[in-house]
Design a protein around this ligand. Sequence first.
Ligand SMILES: [Zn+2]
Length: 290
Amino acid sequence: MASNIYQMVTDRIIEQMNAGIVPWHQPWVGGAAMAISYTTRKAYSMLNQLLLGKPGEWLTWNQIQAKGGRVKPGAKSRFCVYCQFVEKNDVPDDEDEKKRDGYLILKWYRVFHIDDTLGIESKCQAVEPGSNLSPIQRAEDVIAAYLQRESSLTFFHEEESTSAYYSPSRDEVVVPRLAQYQLAEEYYSTAFHEFTHSTMHESRCNRTSESAITRFGDSDYSREELVAEIGSAMLCNRIGIENEKAFRNSAAYIQSWLKALKNDNKMIVWAAKKAEEAARYILGESLPEG
Ligand SMILES: [Zn+2]
């Protein structure tokens, strides 16, 4: 286990990608059936969804003991992380973590999936029937509501276009026409990618200073690009857009992100947090605490 928590997190993501899995493309990530805490019944953060790699109920060792259960022989735990606020007396050596009155540090703890325990009864109830709307109609509704709230943002999608991008200077999202896509799901995953970029605007989630790249929509594997990838996946999963049709997990895609993650061990922590903020902003939801 790496001594640096950012490296530990990055290594866990890399481990999955080396096995051909893109953690943010897992169909349950951000969807209706996410990884949740058995005790609090709350869904874990986006970053923890990526780290845990499996939906369902998770418990700490102590929670299992308190419930009179035990861990199956040979079962392996996973780790998840949380942020802790520290007063400013000890100045951290890390510039990124400095805040005005203190700073946030990442901490981690171990959890076990309920499938790897004995004597713990699941509290999951049958999934409620979702709305009657098709995922495509739901995606259209989310886009329409977002555009209505964001009056300065324009969306061009009626004309032939060879590229999809967000222009920060014009506050404009451009995507090729739906008919140009083989699958409608790809059109929506592309549109949500660009809409996620649009939340960088200072009036929205304000990532302009942090996203130190000037052009979007190209193949710049930056932190902001990863925010858009994770944000799009979270939105598609939430809406119920068929994941396998919306995303292609090509070997080239995996290799590019492996390289980027290896070069920047804070990328995934930052991008998962910002992507969650962005997706919730587009959905018109408030962020949970913590
Ligand atoms: Zn992009």
